[in-house]
Write a new protein. Structure first.
Ligand SMILES: C[S@@+](CC[C@H](N)C(=O)[O-])C[C@H]1O[C@@H](n2cnc3c(N)ncnc32)[C@H](O)[C@@H]1O
Length: 114
C-alpha cells in the first residue's frame, strides 16, 4: 500500500485508476464541491464507486423531551451554517445536496444514506 498527497481538484492519478474513491468531511470545506466530485469521478473506473461521507441537517441536536431546546439548537445551527456560507463560501450542510451534486457530476446509480 502507498500514500500520496494531492489536491482533490487535481488528483495525481490517471483516468479510471481506482475501483473506489472516497472522501469524508472534505466537500463541506470546499468552495467548489462539484469540481471535486467530477475529479473523483475522473479517477474512478467505469462501474466503480465514488463515495462521500459529509455532514447535513443531522448536525442540529434534537431532544424529543425538550421542543424549545431543539428549536433553539436548530436555529443556532442554521445561523452557524449560514455564516460559514456567507463568509467562506462553503456549504457545511452539504449532505442533502450530494445526490444532486453527484448527478451533475455525471454519476449514476446514486444512493444516499443517513
Ligand atoms: C475536516 S478535515 C477531514 C479529514 C479526514 N478526511 C477525516 O475525515 O478525518 C478536512 C480535510 O480536507 C482537506 N482539504 C481541504 N481542501 C483540500 C483540497 N483542495 N484537496 C485535498 N484536501 C483538502 C484538509 O487538509 C483537511 O485535512
Amino acid at each position: 500500500m502507498s500514500y500520496e498527497l494531492g489536491d482533490v481538484y487535481k488528483i495525481p492519478l490517471e483516468d479510471g485508476y481506482a475501483d473506489l474513491t472516497c472522501c469524508r468531511t472534505l466537500l463541506m470545506h470546499l468552495t467548489e464541491p462539484l469540481k471535486a466530485v467530477k475529479e473523483m469521478a475522473r479517477v474512478t473506473r467505469t462501474g466503480g464507486s465514488v463515495v462521500a461521507l459529509e455532514g447535513g441537517k443531522m448536525g442540529a441536536f434534537y431532544d424529543p423531551n425538550d421542543e424549545e431546546y431543539s428549536m433553539l439548537a436548530e436555529r443556532a445551527y442554521e445561523t452557524w451554517v449560514n455564516g460559514i456560507r456567507k463568509l467562506e463560501g462553503k456549504e457545511f450542510k452539504i449532505g442533502e445536496k450530494l445526490p444532486g451534486i453527484f448527478q451533475k457530476a455525471g454519476l449514476s446509480g446514486i444512493k444516499a444514506e443517513v
